[in-house]
Design a binder for this molecule. Structure first.
Ligand code: PMP
Length: 411
């Protein structure tokens, strides 16, 4: 097949919002998502464009992954350069980038090592294995008895083991038998966590902010309490920063605000700015137990992904003050507008709690008006625009909010 053979949809053959592309998806792609009726063809910065040339402000950024927006010039240049040099070696050999990337990422998080994978769910699966291995070999838990404590409303991915400890019936029902070894306690309740610890508990798996649940922020001090409880009981504190990390909440890693050092950290999404990469970060004692043959991935740690992530790590720092300032401004501007009960979150991960459960209608109204929105829950709009967005970019969105909400109420 030549480049000429690749059929590019244009407005002539698409009907409305790319009717043909949508029809082909409906007919030939599994319906595991319910996408909005818009067919995006390109993007730049915080903006995307559909096949008919209509522009939209991207307020979701690939579920919080495109931290630097679409086609960031430094990321494009770095990826193009690497595409022309070396893309995949497998881990049967060393490559000249993975070590540097591992050293930089682990230092930024105050950890010792990284185990690179390709997605958030894979990073989480990796950490489950590390925590269990540590439990049996270092803590002395009897084989097969390791427990990991998780939280109500959690989201950590879609594998069969991960959905085994989800409390979302849509994610879980019909996919059993489920993996044992997980205990769920209420999120944000340090006393409930302390009460659930026992001698077989190897780890506590915590999201610093629950993103998929609608941007649920625990009280200040909760992470520090979890650190104290896990240390006291000789268990690992594992923070899943797949959504919150790499600047999303206004810090390199959200947990750094509480000055704690966890034992395991999982990251993905923003780490590659849209290029698939995930990693499990660990302290030496935990990571050292993973030996050759115990875990791996054909693509994990490939030079192209390492280059993308290294570039991301090299450009985030100066942006952190802006992320906090723009995020705080957005929250302040939305507070008090029609339908807004409260704006939760930090940095540019915000959850707008609505008076009425009209999230889906709000998303539809947003699309009509040129805004890509996401309702994490019927009464919660999740705002996670690219971190490079400016307050000026957001002025039209804030101005449109009252009309969007009244249209959603009328729908
Ligand atoms: N952990 C958290 C906290 C997440 O928010 C997500 C994705 N929403 C995942 C894990 C799974 O990541 P992925 O979709 O890359 O598998």
């Amino acid at each position: 097949m030549t480049v000429e053979d690749v059929r590019v949809l244009d407005s002539d053959e698409a009907t409305g919002h790319g009717g043909r592309a949508i029809a082909e998806m409906e007919a030939h792609a599994a319906h595991n998502y319910h996408p909005l009726p818009v067919v995006l063809a390109q993007g730049e910065g915080a903006w995307v464009e559909d096949v008919d040339g209509r522009r939209y402000l991207d307020m979701l950024a690939g579920y919080s992954a495109l931290n630097f927006g679409h086609r960031h010039p430094r990321l494009v240049a770095a990826a193009e350069r690497q595409l022309g040099r070396l893309t995949l070696t497998s881990r049967a050999f060393h490559n000249d980038l993975l070590g540097t990337f591992a050293a930089e990422l682990s230092a930024l998080c105050g950890m010792d090592t990284i185990l690179p994978m390709n997605t958030g769910a894979e990073a989480v699966e990796t950490a489950i294995k590390m925590a269990r291995k540590w439990g049996y070999q270092a803590k002395g838990v009897a084989e097969g008895r390791a427990r990991i404590i998780v939280f109500g409303g959690n989201f950590h991915g879609r594998t069969t083991t991960i959905i085994s400890f989800s409390d979302d019936p849509g994610a879980r029902a019909g996919f059993g038998p489920y993996t044992p070894g997980f205990v769920r306690v209420p999120y944000g309740d340090a006393a409930a966590l302390a009460a659930a610890m026992d001698e077989d508990t190897v780890a506590v798996l915590l999201e610093p902010i629950q993103g998929e649940a609608g941007v649920i922020v625990p009280a200040d001090g909760y992470l520090a309490a979890a650190r104290e409880i896990t240390s006291r009981h000789g268990a690992l504190l594992w923070l899943d920063e797949v959504q919150t990390g790499i600047g999303r909440s206004g810090a390199w890693f959200d947990h750094q605000r509480e000055g704690i050092v966890p034992d395991l950290v999982t990251v993905a999404k923003g780490l590659g700015n849209g290029f698939p990469i995930g990693a499990c970060l660990a302290t030496g004692a935990t990571a050292d137990l993973i030996q050759p043959g115990m875990h791996g991935s054909t693509f994990g740690g490939n030079p192209l992904a390492s280059r993308a992530a290294l570039t991301v790590l090299g450009i985030l720092e100066p942006l952190l003050p802006q992320i906090n300032a723009v995020g705080d401004q957005l929250a302040a501007d939305l507070t008090g507008l029609p339908g807004v009960v409260a704006v939760h979150g930090r940095g540019l991960l915000r959850g707008v709690q609505l008076e009425k459960p009209v999230g889906a209608a709000m998303v539809a109204a947003g699309l009509e008006a040129g805004f890509i929105l996401n309702a994490a829950r019927p009464d919660r709009i999740r705002l996670a625009p690219p971190l490079i967005i400016t307050s000026d970019d957001l002025v039209p969105f804030v101005a449109a909010w009252p009309a969007l909400y009244s249209r959603a109420l009328a729908a």
